[in-house]
Design a protein around this ligand. Structure first.
Ligand SMILES: *Cc1c(COP(=O)(O)O)cnc(C)c1O
Length: 368
């Protein structure tokens, strides 16, 4: 048996579904819940139509534009529904009658996005496409499509499209679900027609969905799209068609400032690479753990790997939990182990996991 859990060791969450919240942000958010900026009101009591919330929203947008280098003509929308709702809302907002779109199938989430698009737009309008050659860089993207949808980071599978693997389909607009890795690497926003992301993994709390959209794609929505989900209407009314998720927007502002203080995207990207490289190195050199994702597709955010047997994997997750290393089980559809390393996972968390992995491997290699 390995040593039992230390009551004093820090807790690290490796969950894929929501990123860790830095303690200083939890404190600041807690203060604002009681008394927003010395106003005597909770941030939750601010009317979304008032000047206090307007300045939170404007400041969040300005910080987001600055961090990602969003070109001036792109609109930044603060929406609801999560990426899953936008899987259906994208075709409803972007496809005109007779239009077709293509979806790159790279893993779990892209397949979900494709299925939802088919459900609302019809199978004839939505084409799925895969890598043309195994391991090759060619994508079989059909011509004359209204957009190509990609999933930059497959959170469930541990796969990521690296910069040189993102298909160049200009002038076809590229639409990207960046829920998994927004703010973890530099992006050239001008290459995209629309970028969207649920906030709970890369930015704030569940309930907020960010969309960054080129104005050419606005104004195509079908008449039946509900007003809060009509991208053009939300752009025209500065994301205030209906009550925005006020607290999640406030948390996003705190997180955007935090990311700027860390040194911005370049620093966060370097840390992401370092954290994931240390884990992949341990996996490769262990002779015990095994990564099933080809090296060229490995995610810097969700590191997925296996142990020799599913029984050992269960044991690993239980033992890790006793060390306060939480939520290491892989996605239910994929299995194995998954360690998610969002921006807010400190290096100390990675080091604690590495130490545990080395110890666990040694114990089982010596007969358990
Ligand atoms: C988590 C995730 C989603 C789903 O997000 P919801 O907020 O649950 O809708 C979609 N796409 C990717 C890439 C994800 O990682």
């Amino acid at each position: 048996m390995l040593a039992s859990r230390s009551e004093t060791s820090p807790v690290f969450s490796f969950a894929a579904a929501a990123a860790p919240l830095p303690p200083e942000l939890a404190d600041a958010a807690g203060c604002a819940l009681r008394d927003y900026g010395g106003s005597g009101q909770s941030v939750l009591e601010l009317p979304f139509t008032g000047h206090e919330f307007a300045s939170i929203l404007e400041s969040a947008e300005a910080h987001l534009r600055e961090l990602l280098g969003v070109p001036a003509d792109y609109r930044v929308l603060f929406l609801q529904g999560g990426a899953s709702a936008h899987f259906a809302l994208l075709p409803l907002n972007l496809l005109r009658p007779g239009d077709r779109a293509a979806y790159l199938e790279t893993g779990h989430w892209s397949v979900r996005a494709l299925a939802e698009a088919r459900r609302v737009a019809g199978a004839a309008a939505i084409t799925g496409c895969r890598i043309a050659k195994p391991g090759g860089g060619d994508w079989c993207v059909p011509r004359s499509i209204a957009y190509l949808h990609i999933t930059s980071n497959e959170t469930a599978d541990g796969r990521q499209l690296h910069e040189n693997q993102i298909p160049a389909v200009d002038p076809v607009p590229l639409i990207a679900d960046m829920t998994g890795d927004l703010f973890s690497r530099p992006i050239d926003v001008a290459r995209y027609g629309l970028i969207y992301a649920s906030a709970q993994k890369s930015l704030a709390a569940a309930g907020l969905t960010i969309a960054i959209v080129h104005p050419d794609l606005l104004g195509r929505a079908r008449a039946e799209v509900p007003a809060p989900f009509n991208y053009a209407l939300q752009a025209a009314q500065r994301s205030k068609v209906n009550t925005p998720p006020v607290f999640a927007v406030y948390l996003a502002l705190l997180m955007l400032k935090w990311m700027a203080c860390q040194g911005g995207i370049a620093t966060l990207a370097a840390r992401s690479r370092e954290k994931s490289a240390r884990l992949y190195d341990e996996i490769e050199s262990s002779g015990f753990y095994r990564c099933t994702v080809p090296a060229s597709q490995r995610s810097t955010i969700n590191v997925c790997y296996c142990l020799p047997t599913p029984t050992l994997e269960r044991e690993f997750v239980v033992e890790a939990r006793r060390r306060n290393l939480l939520h290491l089980a892989g996605h239910p559809a994929i299995g194995g182990i998954r360690a998610s390393l969002y921006n807010t996972m400190p290096m100390a968390g990675v080091e604690a996991l590495l130490a545990f992995m080395a110890e666990f491997a040694e114990t089982w290699q010596n007969g358990g």
